[in-house]
Design a protein around this ligand. Structure first.
Ligand code: XUL
Ligand code: CO
Length: 439
């Protein structure tokens, strides 16, 4: 079997003092943290699209990535990518992958040819999964790249496009099921609008809900037992995406009675595009019982688009893992790196270095978050801050045992309000100290 990443051996854990770019400094998969191995907290997954098909193009420039399979095309290219993907995951010790249908097989000249191509490649992937023990975290469809989806997929004004997207999702659900995928993701692709002047927002939202309901019903009918995930994003490619952010998606799911069937896949860079922190989106999902999985990447705060960078921000990773711990873990979801190497990082070892720094950042984040959580420093502070609701009038408010008349007469007797400091800087110092010291 051809080796695609010659010169890169299986990546080893060498500890925090290592200066080897091709070694883990914090990710030690079997190390037990809070009762289970690191790898079970993190459930890292490779994104097939950025990693295997990402060419380094941008609106101003052509492909830059140096890959051994660049000269191939069609099914030969698809097969080479399967072999390269599994070699990369094995060398990184990465136990999951996720994919769009279009990442793994060529489009072909007709819908039928596309479906046949998928069956052939899925057979190869299935064999590789058996051989290596690597699993599928999630599958999805690409219903946004082809020109037929220029006005959306399930929110297209053209019913033939709705039907075409249904055929794609039907197949993507079948192959995800065949590969024992633990989740199926719906990212809104082009489900949004460019201008309200030509858009029937009410019909488009109703159609999106109809589509999700049919998808879920079909998946259950074929025996898919995995989790359904919706991935919020506020904009790009459309000016306004219907799945704007976690709270918007939760409102949508509740309106259409889909709330019990779907959870959320939170992506860090989508959160920041929506004007939120990554932690905000995770927390909103968690407190609504809807935190399902995570696309772990980061954006560039000076840019207004989705740069999908490998995550290196230890502060964000810490607060993400804090939310994951408070969520009781992320399974059956995981941490998928929806991230790509920069256009100028064109050598194949840049791929490994990027994954290593991403995995190390989250492993260290897990160590810090576990310490913060088990010491209860933030939780104790917060509990104290809200202690006025545990007795007296506060308890009556929480218990629903009071009304405006009683509150108004209480306020008249207690009108000399005394507040306490929020101590934000002190808490930021505490988090920093945990980051400095966790090993
Ligand atoms: C796009 C994005 C997608 C989804 C899967 O911004 O994040 O790659 O994760 O379709
Ligand atoms: Co994503």
């Amino acid at each position: 079997m051809k080796e695609y990443f010659e010169g890169v051996d299986k990546i080893q854990f060498e500890g925090p003092k290592s200066t080897n770019p091709l070694a883990f400094k914090y990710y030690d998969p079997e190390r037990v943290v809070a009762g289970k191995p690191m790898k079970e907290h993190l459930r890292f997954a490779m994104s097939y699209w950025h990693t295997m098909t990402g060419a380094g193009t941008d609106p101003f420039g052509n492909a830059t990535m140096e890959r051994d399979y660049n000269e191939l095309d069609g099914m030969d290219l698809a097969e080479a990518r399967v072999n390269a993907a599994f070699e990369l995951m094995e060398k990184l010790g990465m136990e999951y992958f996720c994919f769009h249908d279009l990442d793994i097989a060529p489009e072909g000249n007709s819908l039928q040819e596309k479906l046949d191509n998928l069956d052939k490649v899925v057979e190869l992937i299935e064999a590789k999964m058996k051989e290596t023990g690597i699993k599928c975290l999630w599958g999805t469809t690409n219903a946004f790249s082809h020109p037929r989806f220029m006005h959306g997929a399930s929110t297209s004004p053209n019913a033939d496009v709705f039907a075409f997207a249904a055929a794609q999702v039907k197949k993507a659900l079948e192959i995800t099921n065949r590969l024992n995928g633990e989740n199926y993701v719906f990212w809104g692709g082009r489900e949004g609008y460019e201008t309200l002047l030509n858009t029937d927002v009410a019909l488009e939202n109703d159609n999106l809900a109809r589509f999700l309901k049919m998808a879920k019903d079909y998946a259950r009918k074929i025996g898919f037992e995995g989790q359904f995930l919706i991935e919020p994003k506020p904009k790009e490619p459309t000016k306004h995406q219907y799945d704007f952010d976690a709270m918007t998606v939760l409102g949508f799911l509740r309106k259409y009675d889909l709330i019990d069937d779907f959870k959320l896949n939170i992506e860090a860079n989508h959160a920041t595009l929506a004007g939120h922190t990554f932690q905000h989106e995770l927390l909103i999902s968690r407190i609504n019982g809807a935190l399902g999985s995570i696309d772990a990447n980061q954006g560039d705060m000076l840019l207004g688009w989705d740069t999908d960078q490998f995550p290196t921000n230890i502060y964000d990773a810490t607060m993400c893992m804090y939310e994951v711990i408070k969520n009781g873990g992320i399974a059956p979801g995981g941490l998928n790196f929806d991230a790509k190497v920069r256009r100028g990082s064109f050598q194949y070892d840049d791929l490994f270095i990027s994954y290593i720094v991403g995995m190390d950042t989250f492993a260290k984040g897990l160590l810090v978050a576990d310490k913060l959580h088990s010491d209860g420093v933030l939780e104790d502070f917060v509990a104290k801050r809200y202690s006025s609701y545990t007795e007296g009038i506060g308890k009556k408010i929480v218990d629903g045992a009071t009304d405006f008349e009683e509150l108004a007469s209480y306020a008249v007797d207690h009108d000399k309000i005394q507040n306490t400091s929020g101590r934000q800087e002190m808490l930021e110092d505490i988090v920093n100290r945990y980051i400095y010291s966790a090993e």
